[in-house]
Design a protein around this ligand. Sequence first.
Ligand code: GLP
Length: 243
Amino acid sequence: MLHVTPDSDAAALLVAEQVDEVLARVAKPVLMLPTGSTPKPLYALWRQRFQGGGFSMAHCRTFNLDEYWPCSTKSPISFRAFMDEELFSQVDLPPNAIGFLDGTVKEPDFETHCAAYERAIVDAGGLDICLLGVGVNGHIAFNEPGTPADSRTRLVRLAESTRKRPGFPQGVDAPTAGISVGIQTILDARKVIVMAFGADKAHAVKRALEGPVSIDTPASLLRSHSNVTWVLDEAAASALQGR
Ligand code: GLP
């Protein structure tokens, strides 16, 4: 399913409606959440609706896609700090319902940490919804081009375009690595919603939706999933056929 909306605020409304449907239907919904500039309008909408009494995450369990490594939550680039500020501290999601990859985990403990994350998702009942942004090179979470479709949570090396993405805090050295759920972790979700906004995403969106299904464009691998919704603004959709 593909939706093209006039702007990212209209897209956020549409995504919120789709999430609402799951939150209303599932007793203990499990959500996978993204960071970056893309989900900001959605989180702003959720905050606003929570303040108005029209939204609750009290019954939800969440996981996040990725975290920089090495990275403490005190760092201005920490995805955990971003989520605390944008969402977790501002809605009624119980702190013990938040799953997050640990950017301070030591190298010998990677395998155990990543396996425990995968297990926690399964133990929670699996992902009801995975919300995603897309990198300019077509990456999803920190799964860079070349990542196998059957990948799971692991340490990843970051592409230059990922390290230098717009919106990265000025004056901070971008880490060369991250910890990320894998493509298979994402494909296991019962529903996937991908958001992409702005002209700099148009090429990645075109390759993901109209190019070959290939590990060269990780987002194209989503085409093997039976329940994926793409929500784009006009600019991100501008390179698609017929636009
Ligand atoms: C980072 C994140 C991705 C995100 C991407 C796009 O690499 N790991 O999950 O989708 O950036 O970021 P933005 O939404 O800021 O364009």
